[in-house]
Design a protein around this ligand. Structure first.
Ligand code: PHE
Length: 345
């Protein structure tokens, strides 16, 4: 005897089973039944020792051939099932579905406005300067012509850290720091954060300013006016008018507040017969404070008496509110993405 019928029928029976199997679970069940440690092939093999010794090698060889054949049948079926599964999932894949757009960040309106201001003044020849937000009284007040009991200190409710160290209330101390470092002529813009003890609908304890300073020989109010006009036309459009109103700051003399013609009503004071909500009917909106640098400030930085210059300071949030029509100052600081993402460029 060189064949065992039970061994010879294994592969054909397995093939029949595989033909019926339609899942990986069914495939695994068949593998256990035919090729498992206690499966049908193992069963037959366990009878080999009962055979006459001279038959054993031949039958052993035959059993190996059958085992290889069964493994091949399994692999074939497994490949077929895998291919079918992939085809099915591809059939469900809709290549025409829109993709998911990656998250795109946007710049804060304060950042956008500060960048715009710095780039306009950059084209006009100004450098960018910066200074510390924690400042000493001397730079924030004293050298800007506001000695300890000066009433103008009240205009800027101050957050003190110690008697002489404070959170800067404006970007003007950077004027002083710049002049102490550099000799005239110079022209800088200073974007940055400032702090005041103030919090209500129209005031926040931190907000942003941009300071401007130009010093040289023969600098006049006319230069200031020309530059500011170019600047507001850059930000608010070429038809914007500029008006200087007499004002007071301890560190400039003369001083002025600058109004621009209302960009909503064009200066008329009303839109569609209604009082203009931006300028409240006046036709003008205030945007910054400025003036010719006071001689007392030049003296504090030991500049020669024959130089002159101008300075201005503007509120970034105010410019952003006017430019983008933002009605509520608090929106700048709430980090609401519905607000912030409107300012991507
Ligand atoms: N520092 C002033 C303020 O914060 C603004 C200003 C700057 C005015 C420069 C004149 C010149 O109110």
């Amino acid at each position: 005897m060189d064949r065992i019928p039970a061994l010879e029928s294994l592969a054909p029976e397995l093939q029949k089973g595989l033909d019926q199997a339609s899942s990986f679970e069914a495939l695994e069940a068949l593998r256990i039944e035919f090729l498992g440690r206690k499966g049908r092939l193992a069963d037959i093999m366990s009878t080999l020792p009962n055979l006459p010794p001279e038959e054993r090698p031949k039958l052993g060889q035959r059993a190996n051939v059958v085992k290889e054949e069964m493994n091949r049948l399994f692999d074939e079926k497994k490949a077929a099932l895998t291919a079918a599964r992939e085809a099915a999932s591809l059939a469900r894949f809709d290549a025409s579905l829109p993709g998911r757009a990656p998250w795109k960040g946007s710049l804060h309106p304060d950042t956008l406005i500060m960048e715009e201001i710095c780039s306009i003044f950059g084209r006009l020849g100004f450098d960018i300067a910066q200074g510390p937000e924690v400042e000493i009284d001397h730079y924030n007040f004293e050298s800007l012509n506001m000695p300890p009991e000066h009433p103008a200190r009240d205009m800027q409710d101050t957050l003190y850290i110690t008697d002489s160290i404070l959170m800067r209330t404006h970007t003007s101390p950077v004027q002083v720091r710049t002049m102490l470092k550099e000799k005239p002529p110079l022209a800088v813009v200073v974007p940055g954060k400032v702090y005041r003890r103030d919090s209500d609908l129209t005031h926040t304890p931190m907000f942003h300013q941009v300071e401007g300073l130009m010093v040289g020989h023969g600098i006049t109010m006319a230069h200031l006016r020309g530059l500011l006009t170019a600047f507001v036309r850059g930000v608010f459009g070429p038809r914007t008018e500029v008006r200087f109103r007499q004002s007071f700051f301890p560190f400039t003399e003369p001083s002025a507040e600058v109004d621009i013609s209302c960009f909503l009503c064009g200066g008329a004071g009303h839109t569609d017969g209604e009082t203009c909500r931006v300028c409240k009917g006046t036709g003008w909106v205030e945007i910054l404070g400025c003036g010719m640098v006071d001689p007392a400030v030049f003296e504090a930085v030991q500049y020669p008496a024959d130089v002159s210059g101008f300075a201005f300071g503007l509120g970034v949030e105010r410019i952003a509110m006017l430019k983008y029509g933002i009605g509520d100052l608090r929106m700048f600081f709430e980090n609401d993405l519905r607000f912030l993402t409107q300012f991507s460029y």
